[in-house]
Structures are given as C-alpha cells and as structure tokens.
Design a protein around this ligand. Structure first.
Ligand code: PEP
Length: 254
C-alpha cells in the first residue's frame, strides 16, 4: 500500500513571517496525519527556520527543498549541496521541475545526476516530468514523458535503489494556469509511468514508487484526482501557499 503523499511547492515565495502563519494555521486530524505524508518544499532560506519552529509547532509537516546541486562541494558559487540540505533538516528535494528545465536549461541527464546525489545522501528526490500543450496536441505525451523517465530515473536502475523515490507528473500546460488535467488524463499518464517503471526497473519498485499529479490541484478537484488508482498524491504550487487550502488538500476524501 502506497501512503498518499501531498507536497507543496512554494517556488520563490515566502518569508519567515508567512511561513510562521502557515505553520500556525495548517491542520490535519491525528487520524489522517498517521495515514498521509505531508511535505512543504520551500526556498533554501526558509529551511532552517521551518525546521526549528515548524518542527516544534506543527511536526506533521515534513520539509523539502526545491533544488540541489549534484557535486558534494567546491567552487560552484551560489549552489547548495546535498549535505547542506541535510544540515537544514530537509528530507525531500524537488528536481526536474518544468520551470527549472525551461528557465535554467536543465536536462534529463542533469536531473539524473541530482537524483543520484540525493539518493547517495539519503534525501528523497521528487522527480518531475511532463509535456507541453503543443506536445499533448501532437499526441506525443507518452513519448515525451517516457523519455524523461528513461533518462532522469530509469538510467540509474541497477546502480541505485529507486523504490523510495517520488515521481511527479506535471503537464506543463496545467501548472499555474488554473487549468487542471482531467482525472482521466492524469490517470492515463500516471499509469503509463508506472508501467514503464515496472517494465524497466522491477514490479516491486513500480509498486512502491509514489506517483503524484501536479498542475492546479486545489480543494475543488483533489478528491476526484485522488480517486484514481495510479495517482498517489499531489505536487501543489499555488494552493499550497494557503494553509486552509492545503489543509483541505491533505485531508482529501477517500
Ligand atoms: C507546481 O509548481 O509544481 C504546480 C503544480 O503549480 P500549481 O499547483 O500552481 O499549478
């Protein structure tokens, strides 16, 4: 049984005061907190504060980063290593987000290096994949997502234990647009990803890897999306900035 996994992606938002407000206002019943994993991925600057204040005040929320550099240390001005992330208490890290692929030209190979470094350091990678609207309209969604999964994840099969990673399917046309994929569209691609993991890694890995849907997930659509068998959770941007909305998302109805 895969434990549902709800992760927020705060992107380049948040200061200590907004983080404090969120921590003070997010709530999940003790019963659901046992059954669900709740993570906020945040800017590096917030991690130490959240780890300390949030760890005391609202420990149901685990914390993650939004990026990492794959080298252990050295002359990489402005970058953050896996060990530095661990030092803050981060347990997860988003990699391969479409915004990083687009604005920072990050390739599948680079995403794969980051995934390997995170796995070596004991941080859970949340690997994002997804197609553009143009690619969907051309009918090549599976080709595009299949290649991303092959080069960023499956490339490490045999060398790394991939069973604990998290994959996020995020159709780019649905991110930050208010347009959500239908639950059928999301399920179809998540099922395809699982079949690729099964075919190219192992049935055990495919059964244990959580596959999330991301793209304008919100209180109004979470229950429907979460009713699908291959959608194990969500990667939530905009709606994760609001404690009441994210509380409702984490408390989706089964
Ligand atoms: C995201 O940033 O990963 C995302 C899915 O954003 P939003 O929920 O705002 O579409």
């Amino acid at each position: 049984m895969r434990k549902p996994f709800m992760a927020g992606n705060w992107k380049m938002n948040g200061t200590k005061s907004t983080a404090k407000e969120f921590i003070d206002n997010f709530s999940l019943s003790a019963e659901l907190a046992e059954k669900r994993q709740v993570v906020i991925c945040m800017p590096f600057t917030l991690l130490p504060f959240w780890s300390e204040y949030g760890g005391e005040k609202n420990p149901v929320i685990e914390i993650g980063a939004e990026n990492v550099y794959p080298e252990p240390k050295g002359a990489y001005t402005g970058e953050i290593s896996v060990d530095m992330l661990k030092d803050t208490g981060a347990a997860y890290c988003i990699i391969g987000h479409s915004e990083r692929r687009e604005y920072f030209s990050e390739s599948d190979e680079f995403v794969n290096r980051k995934m390997n470094a995170l796995l070596d350091g004991g941080i859970v990678p949340i690997v994002c994949v997804g197609e553009t609207l143009e690619e969907r309209e051309k009918g090549i969604t599976q080709q595009v997502v299949g290649k991303q999964i092959a080069q960023s994840v499956i490339a490490s099969a045999g060398e790394k234990d991939l069973s604990g990673i998290v994959v996020a399917y995020e159709p780019i046309w649905a991110i930050g647009t208010g347009k959500t994929a239908t639950s059928e569209q999301a399920e179809e691609v998540c099922a395809f990803i699982r079949s690729e993991l099964d075919r190219c890694i192992s049935t055990a890995a495919a059964d244990s890897i959580r596959i999330l849907y991301g793209g304008s997930m919100k209180p109004a659509n979470v229950d429907e999306l979460m009713s699908k068998p291959n959608i194990d959770g969500g990667l939530v941007g905009g709606a994760s900035l609001n404690a009441a909305d994210f509380s409702r998302i984490a408390a989706f109805e089964e």
